[in-house]
Write a protein that binds this ligand. Structure first.
Ligand SMILES: Cc1cc2nc3c(=O)[nH]c(=O)nc-3n(C[C@H](O)[C@H](O)[C@H](O)COP(=O)(O)O)c2cc1C
Ligand code: SF4
Length: 647
């Protein structure tokens, strides 16, 4: 399908007085690229420039704190002081230089921050912490609430001075305005709580103050929570009432999302949730207001975007992670180069996971190594073309091949199996992980276009490699399941999780899975869905701990929903016997009986045979991905990229 096929997506649109060249919106995403005191950096400008050049219609810059108490991330962007305006102006100039409109999201984190991050004790409508957080927020006084209103107004004034074309009010995801709006977090009995009107007051006052400070003509988008997805929280019906009132108060558009802190997999949806899964919320709001609606949530492909617009569920589509994964996506869609789009698979591994992790790192993308590192890796051609030989066409080898070829090298890529993808073929056959197929499709389309010489079904030997005299060899030979030295491991009843996932073995009804990492946990989930009686044994205090947290939250909720899976944590495996599996918990030895099969998911070991044979003989070689150490796709792609880039 060419750009002609995406007629709606590439039609012009309007938000208030703001004219947009197409319907693609880059939604706000905190990057952690700012300085510790909230200023714009070169890294921020580089990141934004590439997105602007990629053809998006409107960029909404990240949740930017309007008051120091409302800072939610260590390297969050700020708009709380006049001295930040010149830096912000540089950001707007970058977008305008590419003829792209730019807005900024104004926010105050409320209870969803900590004194460690902001340096101040968090405030909230009521002294109730976000479930899972330890710090109890302080109930905001009336003066403090009025201070928040004023700070939003001042933030909008500064944004306008910095050249932004619009502001977006962050009224969702459990931050302060959302907290006041919701009976779930607002238990006040004064004029800012008690009933619908009271809870709405802060949002209305913020909107009014922004209009007063930035002028009635200055477009204001309101990001609204279509469904908090928590018991006792805001649902779509309440949102509709809120939206009508905010429209009357001057909101020029609504940007509809979902979820709050504890239901945040509804805000940044993992791959197990379908594409466009929150569009019904946008549609619901659209039915009751007359201003434009932006829909957000897993709109990862232009096809889905066009469908949402065609079905009149929304007027604009937010494509956030899609633009982290491929900043050129809009241009490619417009040109009809659909196969060239690297589709975001909603793995969350290197974007939201980095941000929400204990370290609060800058965001990136598991599949796009250049995200946030644009200046470090300009995609220029090398001066001296080299002969690069890559062994293994899993994610590390594929990325290495792509980058080496893009940089102008001659690339031979050998794969022992009949198809490319390595372990991605395995992962993508797990229910709920099908999106991984997109990774393979992408490389499949790039290999011929980049002139990579792919040789399948060919376990290349050490002698062959030496005979070809490559300038550089990249070993991306992957890993194989680990077989621990355990009594009874040779029993016919014992199979590997990989074989189970591949569908290569028939299992009985009662199965024990040994190893509760994500491979074991996903195997259990697949077996559970087949109606098997499953027990999982894990040495650590919980299972699936290596899974990205939002993905895990949703996964665990579903896995434990019917209470049928038996989970043994803090448990060691000591023996597989005729009677069953002997495990140890503390000093206690327990026999798990009545088992038809034992499935091993105890990790993997790097395939190093070829490397060991050649290591002393090669002039220049690299080991990447699981061949170096078994880990995730993120590390595989990153190492493949970097090794190839530095040739
Ligand atoms: C790294 C990251 C940071 C985010 N930061 C914000 C933010 O600052 N403000 C906000 O309203 N939503 C934020 N979100 C949510 C996104 O704006 C978007 O609604 C969500 O990712 C779903 O859309 P997508 O599937 O197109 O990515 C963030 C999401 C990610 C992945
Ligand atoms: S890390 Fe995963 S979810 Fe995040 S943008 Fe990249 S592909 Fe998408």
């Amino acid at each position: 399908m060419s750009g002609d096929g995406y007629k709606m997506l590439f039609s012009t649109g309007k938000i208030g007085s703001l004219e947009l060249k197409n319907r693609i919106v880059m939604p706000p995403m905190v990057t952690n690229y700012a300085t510790e005191d909230g200023a714009v950096t070169e890294q921020y400008k580089d990141y934004l420039r590439e997105r602007a050049n990629g053809g998006v219609g409107l960029i909404i810059v990240e949740a930017t704190y309007i008051h120091p108490w409302g800072k939610g991330f260590v390297n969050n962007l700020g708009v709380d002081r006049d001295e930040l305006v010149p830096g912000l102006r540089e950001l707007t100039e970058v977008a305008h230089g590419a003829e792209v409109k730019i807005a900024i999201q104004l926010y105050h984190a409320g209870r969803q921050t900590s004194s460690k991050t902001s340096g101040y004790h968090p405030i909230a409508p009521s002294p109730i912490p976000t479930p899972g957080e330890e710090e109890i927020p302080r109930e905001a006084t009336i003066e403090e609430i009025q201070g928040v209103v004023e700070a939003f107004g001042e933030g909008a004034r500064r944004a306008k001075e910095a050249g932004f074309d619009a502001v977006e009010v962050h009224g969702t995801h459990g931050y302060i305005i959302n907290e006041f709006l919701s009976p779930y977090s607002n238990k006040r009995e004064d004029e800012y709580g008690k009933d619908f009107e009271g809870r709405l007051r802060l949002a209305l006052e913020v909107l009014q103050r922004i209009k007063e400070k930035a002028g009635n003509e200055f477009p204001v988008i309101y990001r609204i929570n279509g469904d908090e997805c928590v018991e006792g929280g805001i649902t779509l019906e309440v949102t509709k009432r809120i939206a009508k009132r905010l429209e009357e108060a001057g909101a020029d558009a609504f940007h509809v999302t979902a979820g709050v802190g504890e239901s945040s997999y509804n805000s940044v949806q993992p791959m197990a949730m379908p594409r466009g899964c929150k569009a019904h919320l946008a549609q619901g709001v659209k039915q009751v207001v007359n201003v434009p609606i932006i829909s957000a949530g897993r709109i990862s492909h232009p096809e889905v975007a066009e469908e949402i617009l065609e079905q009149n569920k929304a007027d604009f589509v937010a494509m956030g992670r899609a633009l982290l994964c491929d900043q050129e996506m809009p241009n490619k869609a417009l040109e009809g180069e659909i196969d060239d789009i690297r589709v975001c698979i909603a793995c969350n591994q290197k974007c939201i996971n980095k941000l929400l992790g204990a370290e609060q790192e800058p965001i990136g993308c598991a599949l796009n190594v250049r995200t946030g590192r644009e200046a470090e890796f300009p995609m220029t051609k090398v001066d001296k073309k080299k002969k690069v030989l890559i062994v293994g066409a899993g994610p590390a080898g594929l990325e290495a091949a792509r980058v080496a070829a893009l940089r102008g090298h001659r690339v031979d890529l050998f794969e022992k199996e009949e198809r490319i993808g390595g372990q991605i073929n395995l992962i993508s056959s797990v229910p709920g992980r099908e999106e991984f197929k997109e990774v393979i499709s992408y490389y499949q389309s790039q290999i011929p276009k980049l002139g990579i010489n792919l040789v399948l079904n060919h376990p290349v030997s050490a002698e062959e490699i030496e005979g070809m005299s490559p300038d550089v060899v990249i070993f991306a030979t992957g890993a194989t399941p680990l077989l621990p030295d355990l009594p009874g491991i040779d029993s016919l009843r014992v199979v590997s999780a990989w074989d189970v996932i591949r569908g290569e073995c028939a299992l009985g009804e009662r199965v024990v899975v040994l190893g509760g990492g994500s491979v074991g946990a996903c195997t259990v989930d697949s077996l559970r869905k087949l109606g098997k009686k499953v027990t999982i044994v894990e040495m650590l205090e919980d299972i699936a701990l290596d899974m990205e947290p939002l993905t895990r939250k949703l996964f665990m909720k579903e896995l434990t929903s019917d209470g049928k899976v038996k989970i043994w944590t803090g448990t060691r495996i000591s023996e597989i016997s005729e009677e069953g599996v002997v495990v140890e918990r503390g000093w206690e030895k327990i026999l798990l009986r009545d088992i038809d099969n034992v499935v091993l998911a105890l990790g993997a070991t790097s395939n190093k045979d070829l490397i060991d044979k050649l290591a002393g003989k090669l002039r220049n070689y690299h080991i990447v991905g699981d061949a170096k150490k078994p880990r995730k796709v993120t590390e595989a792609v990153e190492e493949g990229f970097e090794a190839a880039y530095r040739i």
